[in-house]
Design a protein. Structure first.
Length: 304
């Protein structure tokens, strides 16, 4: 019966033999020769070194994350030497690092009942071929550059369907999110519906009452598509009125997008047209005017 030491020596011999066989491949040889460890240590991880070399070669001419051939997208199976031992790990490639750097701001943006694609809205991607956009584009650039110096009013952006109103404000928010400003975009019609279902219902760990308090207090808020909701006195007085009153008192920048002008929105908010409803609608409009400047965007329907 062979001794344990003999078995170990035989195993080590086999590992070294396999390793030297692989070193006949010049590509593999050049790869392992750069590692400052003796062959008797390297031979213990021949298969892992081959995997690392394969992924290293994939990265050489890679054009981007979409073209990644490695097992874990955006990462390379690599190695490091610690205490004269070879340790393997996954390290992000330059494209993955850049992607993470570009998108780390997304934690500062909360979206309620609206497409997550808005987190990708960028000021540099805004179409400038439409003269009707000049005023709002100038405003956006000025707002971004002066946000920390002069807390300006938000915008009530009215205009036709598909003109890009929400995208424009989302692009503004994303730029400020990169500067660590917390923002929220709330699609108002759907938000009201889900809020009404239950203040106590839990979704993703937050009750709707928690969400209401969040958008009430968030530093930057976009109320998207106001005027498209199925209005009730509860939605107008308890939700919208309370929300705007708080943000007005705390001087929190608030933005709106709508297909309605402020005059049309006031008629919508008046509901029955009774004297009481007209007074309450007027109060809402006064709060919006206090918080914003009205701008109009009549442009090409870019959703077609």
């Amino acid at each position: 019966m062979k001794k344990v030491s003999e078995l170990v020596n035989n195993k080590n011999y086999d590992l070294l033999k396999e390793f030297n066989q692989e070193k006949k491949n010049e590509d593999f040889k050049n790869f392992v020769d750069k590692i400052n460890l003796p062959d008797k240590e390297l031979c213990k991880t021949t298969s892992k070194l081959k995997d690392s070399l394969c992924e290293f070669n994939h990265c050489i001419d890679c054009k981007g994350l979409a073209f990644c051939k490695n097992e874990v997208k955006g990462y390379r199976y690599s190695y490091e030497v610690i205490n004269d031992k070879l340790n393997f790990l996954y390290t992000p490639c330059k494209y993955k690092e850049n992607d993470e750097e570009q998108n780390k701001y997304s934690k500062n943006i909360e979206l309620y009942n609206i497409s997550s694609s808005l987190k990708n809205a960028k000021v540099k991607d805004i179409y400038t071929d439409d003269k009707s956009r000049i005023e709002i584009i100038i405003y956006i650039n000025d707002y971004i550059s002066s946000y920390f110096k002069d807390r300006k009013k938000g915008v009530y952006l009215t205009g036709n369907f598909g003109s890009g109103k929400t995208y424009l404000i989302a692009a503004l928010f994303n730029e400020l999110a990169k500067k660590d400003v917390r923002c929220a975009i709330c699609y108002f019609p759907e938000f009201l519906r889900t809020l009404k279902e239950s203040f106590k219902e839990v979704e993703e760990g937050l009750s709707y009452s928690d969400k209401f308090n969040y958008i009430k207090k968030v530093p930057l808020l976009l109320i998207d598509d106001i005027g498209a909701e199925n209005l009730s006195t509860w939605a107008r007085d308890e939700i919208l009125g309370t929300l705007l009153q708080y943000r007005m008192e705390e001087n929190l920048p608030t933005f709106f997008t709508s297909n309605l002008t402020l005059e049309e929105l006031e008629s919508h908010l008046a509901m029955t047209g009774s004297k009481v409803d007209k007074v309450k609608a007027r109060r809402i409009i006064e709060r919006i005017k206090y918080l914003t400047n009205e701008m109009t965007l009549i442009g090409i329907d870019r959703r077609k």
